[in-house]
Design a protein around this ligand. Structure first.
Ligand code: PGA
Length: 239
């Protein structure tokens, strides 16, 4: 919940300008607030457009909700589903997130499905069980061909917005676990082809070492995306 409309548009324009000069072949996606989406659509072409959330319902009397269809008609291509702040502050559980993923896919949106454990869960050694549950339930009912349209983001809750980043070893360990889990739940091709993003205090100074891991395919960037020059440095850290 950052930037007023005019600030968001200015940021989107700056990101679009830097995208035209990027030195890496990373795909760039920006996810502004709902109120900015249709306007941001008009100022980007190189950069793809995502929403930060969507409804689990198709249409009707759900005051305050934004449906996948509404997003599509605003020119949105991707949608973040299950960000930890949605899970914790708005009590979105794995079942409701699964409904969102299925509905978004059925409407032709590409879900960016987030998972991540809390500090307490990591300290108690439960992190692999938590991630297994989030992914198994969150992506339940999807076919291998649906998975071609899904991006998975691992975001340890203790690293989001805290300045504490997972070490490259911690990120790689969990990403490998997720890739193996996708092979188990779907097949090896799905595991090999699904993009696994790392999120949580990723910044220009640590992006390259995180992205150097074999199973880290990119980043989901929060705070550092609010400055176009930091964001593009992170993009260019993806070799
Ligand atoms: P951060 O946020 O980069 O500020 O830690 C990540 C996120 O919100 O997904």
């Amino acid at each position: 919940m950052n930037t007023h409309l005019h600030e968001g548009l200015e940021l989107a324009r700056a990101v679009e300008a830097s995208a035209k000069e990027k030195t890496s072949d990373a795909l760039m996606i920006i996810a502004p607030p709902f109120t900015h989406l249709a306007k941001v659509r008009e100022v980007i072409s190189e950069v793809k457009l995502a929403a930060q959330n969507c409804s689990s319902e198709e249409s009707g009397a759900y005051t305050g909700e934004v449906s996948p269809d509404m997003l599509k008609t605003a020119g949105v291509e991707y949608v973040i589903i299950g960000h930890s702040e949605r899970r914790s502050y708005y009590h979105e559980d794995n079942e409701i997130l699964n409904k969102k993923v299925q509905l978004a896919l059925s409407k032709g949106l590409f879900p960016i499905f987030c998972c991540g454990e809390s500090l307490e869960e990591r300290e108690e050694g439960q992190m692999f069980d938590v991630i297994r549950e989030q992914i198994t339930v969150g992506l339940n009912g999807l076919s291998p061909s649906d998975m071609k349209n899904v991006i998975v983001a691992y975001e340890p809750v203790w690293a989001i917005g805290t300045g504490v980043t997972a070490s490259p070893e911690q990120a790689q360990e969990m990403h490998k676990f997720i890739r193996d889990l996708l092979a188990e739940l779907f097949n090896q091709q799905v595991a090999d082809e699904t993009s696994l993003l790392y999120g949580g205090s990723c910044k220009p100074s640590n992006a390259a070492e995180l992205f150097a891991n074999p199973d880290v395919d990119g980043g989901l960037i929060g705070g550092a995306s609010l400055k176009a020059e930091d964001f593009i440095q992170i993009v260019n850290a993806y070799a």
